[in-house]
Design a protein around this ligand. Structure first.
Ligand code: SAM
Length: 210
């Protein structure tokens, strides 16, 4: 097997797993605790190295968490990170073509994944289809104007300082025009106007109810 089977994409995945994914560990815990699903089924679209799935599943044996991603490298990192946890399943799958039957999941999440989507419509339609009635799809993206709550980050010896993080965060964050385009896509999807635009830590999120 090649060391970097997906070339440059693999390098990016490894860098992400060593950097931001470590730094944001407390954030994944806050998101998991806030959503607070302790039993049932949870789908994470664009799970990357798997940390939200792992934090959501921890201590909740009655909860089954499925993480899907299109990147084999991300999925193999997630497989390592989950350390054999039985209630986390990882699968190579596109959010626009989910193989699960209608009404399978109580919660669907996508954290920092929507900025990759050139056409969110099919993914929104699939999230709606696989949710139970009353289930929620949470879409999180970096908020370029967000405050950085100190306890949402796991720093090493105070590094990186807020000034550096803010600069990076603005670069990664969705500007207002892209955020508005994502909201317009939600409004045009089966979720329609069942959506709330909220701030959560250093994220903006859309909470879409089926
Ligand atoms: C910036 S990473 C975020 C990973 C993870 N959610 C986190 O917060 O650590 C975005 C991930 O979304 C995945 N992705 C993008 N579009 C996707 C799609 N249509 N279906 C499944 N995964 C997708 C990418 O491969 C990548 O791993």
């Amino acid at each position: 097997m090649a060391l970097f089977p997906e070339g440059r994409q693999s390098l990016t995945a490894y860098a992400y797993n060593m950097g931001p994914a470590v730094l944001y560990q407390p954030a994944y815990r806050f998101i998991a605790a806030d959503i607070g699903l302790e039993a049932g089924a949870w789908l994470d679209i664009g799970c990357g190295p798997g940390w939200l799935c792992i934090r959501a599943a921890a201590g909740h044996p009655e909860l089954d968490v499925v993480g899907i991603d299109t990147s084999e490298t991300m999925l193999s990192l997630a497989e390592t990170n989950k350390r054999g946890r039985l209630n986390v399943t990882l699968r190579k799958m596109d959010g626009a073509q989910i193989i699960y039957p209608a009404g399978t999941f109580d919660v669907v999440t996508a954290v920092q994944a929507a900025h990759h989507w050139t056409d969110p419509g099919p993914i929104l339609a699939e999230a709606w289809r696989v949710l139970v009635t009353g289930g929620r799809f949470y879409l999180y993206e970096a908020d370029p104007d967000g405050e950085i709550p100190a306890d949402w980050l796991q720093r090493r010896a105070g590094w990186p300082p807020d000034a550096i993080l803010r600069r990076r965060w603005r670069r990664y964050g969705m500007d207002q025009a892209r955020w508005d385009a994502l909201k317009a896509a939600v409004a045009a999807s089966p979720f329609g106007d069942s959506v709330e635009d909220e701030r959560h830590g250093f994220y903006r999120r859309l909470v879409c109810t089926r």
